[in-house]
Design a protein around this ligand. Structure first.
Ligand SMILES: Cc1cc2nc3c(=O)[nH]c(=O)nc-3n(C[C@H](O)[C@H](O)[C@H](O)COP(=O)(O)O)c2cc1C
Length: 288
């Protein structure tokens, strides 16, 4: 009889997930869905080489993702030069996997190319409004995650790297980014050196709404989630900044994330983008 992914769902959510099946009912069996439910970020990689043809295959898969209006506003930089890679890694010494992963890619939002198309075809139009920024960001994020899933399908491990944006000026210089091209995230790639662990997710009751947005059950859902996560993997001995926030008797995911967001990230990113042509306004009507 079908197990309807119950082991994988328990691993992902830390509880029995009711798919709403009738007695004896089942959902389609698929090995890849099992793998997605069990996926995990990997930050340690073996020495097993990742060949260049394989990276090209993964990039081809990544850029097969859907794209808003077929505008194709994602780009990627495959950082092959050791010196450039070392300069990036040196910006973030507490994440050594940026320098040690066999392959390092950077997925970029690219609002520049559409402007270039307009100029090439004689319909110039600035693409620095919020819409241009947002569409390019979404396209890059989709390409990034498609690359992640393609890599994991072939047994590789990955780790997205958004902390690059905390060092946006240096990253922009190292990667020689022109106006209206910005990093969404880097991506470490390699064969995993260890099994890693599954990061439990919020219950679908907290993230999926039916017909209308309703978060009245959030506090209870988060409380239950904190307890399940703590039972599987306690972080009570790794409390963030106790000198600032004190030591909590129960220290769960929500307390950790609430403390984490008290140290803002991406400071300087908006100013860097504005200096490079993004206005974040509504689009201007094209000149006729
Ligand atoms: C857009 C994005 C940016 C991320 N940036 C970083 C990063 O800078 N450094 C890092 O070690 N992990 C980074 N991660 C990995 C997350 O920490 C990880 O996905 C999260 O903890 C959940 O774990 P899981 O992917 O194993 O389920 C990033 C993930 C995403 C999706």
């Amino acid at each position: 009889m079908a197990d309807n992914y119950q082991d994988e769902l328990r691993a992902r959510f830390g509880l029995d997930v009711d798919l709403g099946l009738d007695p004896g009912g089942e959902v389609p069996e698929n090995a890849w869905i099992r793998q997605v439910l069990m996926r995990r970020t990997q930050r340690r990689y073996s020495n097993r080489p990742v060949t260049e043809p394989l990276v090209r295959l993964l990039l081809a898969a990544a850029f097969s993702t859907s794209s808003k209006s077929d505008f194709q506003q994602a780009s990627a930089i495959w950082v092959q030069d050791r010196a450039r890679r070392d300069r990036l890694a040196a910006l973030i010494p507490d994440m050594p996997w940026i320098g040690t992963a066999p392959v390092f890619l950077v997925f970029l939002g690219d609002a520049r190319r559409l402007e270039q198309l307009g100029e090439l075809r004689g319909h110039p139009q600035p693409n620095g409004a919020l819409e241009g920024f947002f569409n390019a960001t979404v396209d890059a994020a989709l390409a990034l995650q498609t690359c992640v899933l393609a890599a994991e399908t072939l047994g590789l491990g990955t780790c997205p790297i958004s902390v690059l944006r905390n060092h946006i000026k240096a990253v922009g210089e190292i990667l020689e980014l022109p106006d209206k091209v910005f990093p969404v995230a880097g991506l470490c790639l390699g064969y995993p050196a260890q099994t890693g662990f599954i990061s439990m997710r919020l219950p679908l009751e907290a993230t999926v709404h039916i017909d209308r947005y309703d978060d009245t059950g959030l506090a209870a859902a988060v409380d239950g989630y904190d307890r399940r996560r703590d039972a599987r993997h306690s972080i009570k001995d790794r409390q963030r900044a106790p000198e600032r926030f004190g030591t909590a008797e129960f220290y769960g995911w929500s307390e950790d994330k609430a403390r984490q967001q008290m140290t803002p990230e991406g400071v300087g990113f908006a100013a860097w983008l504005r200096a490079r042509g993004f206005t974040f306004d509504d689009p201007e009507m094209p000149a006729r």
